[in-house]
Write a protein that binds this ligand. Structure first.
Ligand SMILES: CC(C)(COP(=O)(O)OP(=O)(O)OC[C@H]1O[C@@H](n2cnc3c(N)ncnc32)[C@H](O)[C@@H]1OP(=O)(O)O)[C@@H](O)C(=O)NCCC(=O)NCCS
Length: 159
């Protein structure tokens, strides 16, 4: 059975919360997930294997001042794939679709994210998609680990 990538439905938030708790130390209250889905439905994407939710990505679009003009920046808040479904290109597809929806639906011209400096799989994924390390955010995570802030111009290229 193939894996379908599509915008999340509100009925899938419980699955998303479960995946988040299973796979990432950064967890959020349920209300946060509902708010992101209602504000940015085109960049809250799930990966479905039949009825099973096997991955998700959440992107928020933020207005920031850049060289004296307002620009929309996409912020990847959270992305993960179920352990049993990794290394099949699902993470890459989630990133491509959500980031490029941020470009086409919400007029974001760049995308950024924070990633643990020791998270080699994720850093490798982001670099392959054209992200570059912009800075180190010292002690960013609650356990004291540093984050790389990585950034790319939109749209991302498929290649
Ligand atoms: C990061 C994550 C989302 C990648 O999902 P995935 O579906 O396995 O990724 P893909 O199959 O699309 O992999 C794309 C590329 O990412 C890199 N990558 C993914 N897993 C990797 C691993 N275990 N080791 C090294 N590189 C890896 C590779 O460059 C890979 O390309 P390749 O398969 O051609 O070598 C997944 O490992 C995950 O959920 N990790 C835990 C949560 C997390 O760290 N999220 C990111 C927080 S910033």
């Amino acid at each position: 059975m193939s894996v379908e990538i599509r915008p999340a439905d509100v009925s899938e938030i419980d699955d998303v919360i479960a995946l988040n708790r299973m796979n990432l130390p950064e967890n959020y209250p349920p209300q946060f997930f509902y708010e992101i889905l209602s504000q940015f439905p085109k960049t809250f994407i799930v990966a479905k294997h039949g009825l099973q939710t096997v991955g998700y990505i959440m992107i928020r679009v933020e207005k920031t001042l850049s060289v004296l003009k307002w620009v929309n920046r996409a912020h990847v808040i959270s992305v993960t794939v179920h352990k049993a479904f990794r290394r099949q290109g699902i993470g890459r597809r989630l990133m491509l679709i959500a980031c490029n929806n941020a470009y086409s639906e919400y007029k974001a011209t760049e995308v950024y994210l924070e990633v643990r400096v020791t998270n080699a799989p994720a850093i490798s994924l982001y670099k392959k998609l054209g992200f570059e390390i912009k800075e180190v955010s010292v002690g960013y995570y609650s356990d004291g680990e540093d984050a790389y802030v990585m950034q790319a111009q939109l749209p991302l290229k498929e290649g």
